[in-house]
Design a protein around this ligand. Structure first.
Ligand SMILES: [Zn+2]
Length: 581
């Protein structure tokens, strides 16, 4: 009857010999030795995660100790006793589920029964599964048997939670720790089963099944059943990912590819794909974390042999490591870990998930920051002016011609702006909120327009910002540049407390992420600025030029004034400005 009906894979392919138990040879070898040398202990504790072969091993063990025709410690599986036990008809092997037979009465019954000798073989074996589920009084009753066990009696206790088993029981058992299955153990076994069943399965699918099983062979086998019921005799990765509702691993490669290209649009598309298909946001982020962890490991070791994935994907990982710096990957991992926590408890999971992916495309590249810090240390010049770079690129392509004020404090002020940037990256609690804001592009005109309102509100003694009204300010997109005309004011404004206080106020007022830079400018002109009514001066002029000008280059040239407006000329003269080359 049973031969013609469908047998689940886990039962059909249950190992019948010690040597067929996958991944636990450290245990099966010890048991074979004990049986061969006739030194069997009276109680064993099999500890280990679910589905790794504890009960299977116990059953083989039970047959082996009673087998009439033992083969090098293995049961013959042919003699009368073996056959009875394989058919589940043996009276000498008693399996008890600790979870449902955990009362004192159950154990009392057990204690009555253990007195009777085995019917057929040499030993009577009790296999108690989930033994940690027994009640304390049941354990006490059991202990009495364990203290003076009859010679014919054998116990195998199986548990996933050994710490819940009383020490008094534990100390009377030989303990075996079953290993969590290695991925290759599982892929090997599933591949073997597929071959036997005439089912074709590709390598990527094998790894996907094994990964989902998370170290449990039994789970892997039932996942395999689930997939074959859906796909029939040919398992391909796309069918499998449908059957198991898995996120295609290509998806994660697409994400890292688009991060490297800062492709915001594509990141939103990928996010909406997840939303549309109804994938769990947290699981998706966890998958992405695993992907980045792999990327990081390959990047550091330049080795893919340890990766739990197919050969095709190993090659893909090697390719992708070229896209990032180690610290870029670490930063992404930190960012996603934080976002994952926030999304978990957010009422707006969808929005936050989309923003998280979008923001990944604009995480600052640690590479360049490191370079810049190095440059500050060595006193070298910057390759370009990064201090005023808005967190998102300008919407319209524009070439900025900068007229620079003679200033010896450029390096110092830039160091401060870099420190701020680094601090912001560490400020993970508010990261989403902050970065959501940072996505807002604020034109310098908008900042300039509202600056007087800002001063009206904050440049007073209540906020201890009175001096702000007397400071020369340059407005840039998503940023402010404050020209501080004395060292006292400069030192006051550039303490970290003051900086974060001002930034908080400014960000709130302008509803965005405003980069504030400070320059100490003790030049005569700037000191005289106090006397000038108008405190907003245009420093930048957008013009199409072939060659972008760089303010940090040496030897500023005198500015040709023929083509400039009157305002520009006034400014140039006022600040004795030089044109950069
Ligand atoms: Zn036998």
């Amino acid at each position: 009857m049973e031969n013609t009906s469908f047998l689940v894979t886990a039962r059909k392919f249950r190992p019948q010999l010690f040597k067929d138990v996958v991944g636990q040879s450290h245990i099966t070898k010890t048991l074979i030795n004990a049986i061969s040398k006739n030194r069997v202990h009276h109680a064993y504790l099999f500890n280990g995660p679910r589905g790794v072969g504890k009960t299977t091993t116990a059953r083989i063990f039970a047959r082996a100790v009673n087998c009439l025709n033992l083969q090098d410690g293995e049961p013959c599986n042919e003699c009368e006793i073996c056959k009875h036990s394989l058919d589940g008809r043996s009276l000498d092997i008693i399996e008890i589920d600790g979870a449902s037979n955990n009362s004192v009465d159950d154990i009392r019954k057990l204690r009555e029964n253990v007195k009777f000798p085995p019917v057929q073989g040499k030993y009577k074996m009790y296999i108690i599964d989930e033994v940690h589920m027994l009640s304390t009084s049941a354990f006490n009753a059991l202990l009495k048997t364990l203290e003076e066990p009859p010679n014919h009696l054998l116990f195998v206790f199986a548990t996933t939670e050994p710490h819940k088993v009383p020490a008094t029981i534990m100390s009377r058992c030989q303990r075996f720790d079953f290993r969590r299955m290695e991925l290759t153990d599982i892929t090997g076994q599933i591949s073997y089963i597929a071959k036997k069943e005439g089912i074709s399965i590709d390598e990527q699918s094998l790894f996907a099944v094994a990964k989902k099983a998370d170290g449990s062979m039994r789970d892997a086998e039932s996942i395999f059943d689930q997939v074959t019921a859906f796909t029939g005799s040919e398992i391909t990765y796309s069918k499998l990912s449908d059957a198991l509702h898995l996120i295609d691993e290509e998806f994660f490669f697409a994400i890292t590819q688009n991060i490297s290209e800062s492709n915001l649009k594509e990141m939103f598309d990928l996010a909406s794909k997840v939303v549309k298909r109804g994938y769990d946001y947290i699981e998706t982020l966890q998958g992405l974390l695993e992907h980045l962890r792999n990327l990081l490991a390959v990047k550091i070791t330049n080795d893919t042999t340890f990766l739990e994935t197919s050969e095709t994907q190993k090659t893909q990982y090697l390719e992708h490591t070229k896209l990032f710096d180690v610290q870029d990957v670490i930063r992404m991992i930190q960012f996603i870990s934080t976002a994952e926590q926030q999304i978990k408890y957010s009422p707006q999971q969808k929005v936050r998930f989309e923003l998280t992916l979008a923001q990944l495309a604009y995480l600052p590249k640690s590479h360049s920051i490191n370079e810049l810090i190095e440059m500050v240390k060595s006193g070298k010049q910057f390759p370009q002016d990064v201090s005023n770079t808005p967190l998102i690129p300008k919407m319209e392509p524009s070439v900025t011609k900068t007229i620079s004020v003679a200033n010896e404090q450029v390096i110092a002020s830039k160091k401060i702006s870099i420190d701020i940037a680094v601090d912001e990256n560490k400020d993970s609690d508010d990261e989403i909120k902050l970065s959501k804001k940072s996505l807002r592009f604020i034109k310098k005109e908008e900042i300039e327009e509202k600056w007087d309102l800002f001063l009206d509100k904050y440049a007073n003694s209540q906020y201890q910002l009175t001096s702000l009204a007397h400071i020369n300010v340059e407005f840039v997109d998503n940023g402010l540049l404050l020209f501080l005309n004395s060292e006292v004011i400069y030192n006051n404004y550039t303490t970290s407390i003051m900086q974060s206080k001002l930034k908080k106020i400014v960000d709130e007022f302008f509803d965005g992420n405003i980069q504030i830079n400070y320059k100490l400018d003790t030049s005569k002109e700037n000191r005289e600025f106090l006397g000038i009514k108008e405190n907003k001066v245009e420093f930048e002029k957008h013009e199409k030029t072939e060659k972008p000008l760089d303010e940090t280059k040496d030897k500023p040239l005198p500015i040709k004034q023929e083509n400039l407006s009157d305002t520009d000329k006034t400014i140039i003269n006022l600040f004795n400005a030089r044109q950069s080359n």
